[in-house]
Design a protein around this ligand. Structure first.
Ligand code: FES
Ligand SMILES: [Fe+2]
Length: 392
């Protein structure tokens, strides 16, 4: 990885996604006693809740003439098509046909495995026999009583992998988020990348630095005194194919945070899970959960709005990047040292793809991930970085 920039593996420009995994389809509050259409991993799905609250995910095309069921009516736990009135139950089986004595047993729409966890409704677009609830990505901070927060959903005009790249890379904070969470020392401090069979981690500690405005405010709220120098951490955890939980926070320097005692500091998790919609668009679910001032709704709203503003800065960059990728299909991407986290994340996506797809390119990329599993990559800043950023 260190050394000359090199072209990325030949899978990196492929926009597809694995199907045998859980994708967030909706925030809990979005899924109601109403029909919600949403394209999930290329599947047009209609979501709703049964009377007892359990979510349902059906194919959004009527068996009869393919009218979107989301244009119909919810009748108790069933959906009535808005065109000729066929009624389908929550399993997708037709239970009423107008003017017919018998109901054709093949009259059904696909029903997807669906479950609710960590404030999201998850849908499994692949083989239902493989839909193991244990495989739902861990975003427990989103509904754990020891944490408080909120988030939102952004529809983004870019492939989901571009957001994975973005979240696995801390360097862009300096340039894209300079006014909010960025600080110059980010670009100069080394970080470390590790990966296992289905997860990759990027770890960066900034010891004895001035806290940026966002964190200074958090620390002062918690401690009720002016904040001095801090130790700041950013630990990015990727779970294949598209979930990223970022452990972030600051603690006053000298209170032992790098050694594991974070009790004097403030800690948050930036939770992100992306669901592909089409090769060029995705649903980006995010939240920010914190472990202090849990009942203060003012802080929840302030942070939620602040984080939304930070993501708006990424949105512009990512949509512009997707457009340029579409404009230049012949161009390659290159990998720099700073892309270490994204590179392993991408290879872990490729590994899932290799399990479902016979494309040789995925297999090769996955083998590469296997071969280097457990390896630790250290990425160092250079003299030139320090000079250009006017630090050091
Ligand atoms: S298209 Fe749905 S009932 Fe005819
Ligand atoms: Fe960003």
């Amino acid at each position: 990885m260190n050394g000359d920039p090199r072209p990325v593996p030949d899978t990196f420009k492929l926009a597809d996604w694995p199907h045998n995994c859980w994708y967030a389809a909706a925030y809990d509050v979005e899924c109601r006693r109403a029909l919600l259409p949403r394209r999930i991993a290329g599947h047009n799905v209609v979501l709703y809740r049964r009377g007892d609250g359990r979510p349902v995910a059906l194919e959004n095309a009527c068996w009869h003439r393919l009218m979107p069921l989301s244009e119909g009516q919810l009748e108790d736990d069933d959906v009535a098509c808005g065109y000729h009135g066929l009624v389908f139950n929550a399993e997708g089986r037709c239970v009423f046909m107008p003017s017919q004595q018998t109901i054709n047993p093949s009259a059904r729409v696909r029903s997807y495995p669906v479950l609710e966890r960590h404030r999201f409704v998850w849908v499994w677009p692949g083989d239902p026999a493989l839909a193991d609830p244990e495989l739902v990505p861990d975003l427990h901070w989103n509904d754990d009583p020891a944490w408080a927060g909120d988030g939102g959903l952004i529809h983004l005009d870019c492939g989901y992998k571009l957001i994975v790249d973005n979240l696995m890379d801390l360097t862009h904070e300096t340039f894209v988020h300079g006014a909010s969470i960025g600080q110059r020392s980010i670009a100069e401090v080394p970080f470390e990348v590790t990966h296992g069979p289905s997860s990759a981690t990027v770890t960066r500690w900034m010891v004895d630095v001035d806290p940026p405005p966002f964190w200074k405010m958090q620390l002062e709220w918690k401690r009720g005194e002016p904040a001095g120098r801090v130790d700041r951490w950013q630990i990015i955890h990727f779970q294949a194919p598209s979930t990223v939980a970022i452990d972030v926070g600051v603690a006053p320097t000298g209170t032992g945070a790098p050694e594991g005692d974070r009790s004097e500091g403030v800690n948050g998790y930036v939770l992100n899970t992306m669901t592909p919609e089409t090769p060029r668009s995705c649903h980006y679910f995010w939240a920010f959960a914190r472990n202090y001032s849990l009942t203060d709704q003012r802080i929840t709203t302030l942070i939620r709005d602040g984080v939304a503003g930070v993501f708006a800065e990424d949105e512009t960059v990512l949509a512009a990047q997707q457009e340029a990728i579409d404009d230049h299909p012949e161009k390659e991407f290159y990998n720099l040292n700073i892309d270490g986290g994204a590179m392993w994340a991408r290879r872990l996506i490729d590994k899932l793809m290799a399990e479902e797809d016979h494309d040789e390119r995925y297999r090769r990329s996955a083998q590469e991930a296997e071969r280097h599993a457990g390896a630790i990559t250290q990425v160092e800043a250079t003299e030139a970085d320090a000079q250009r950023l006017g630090v050091g």
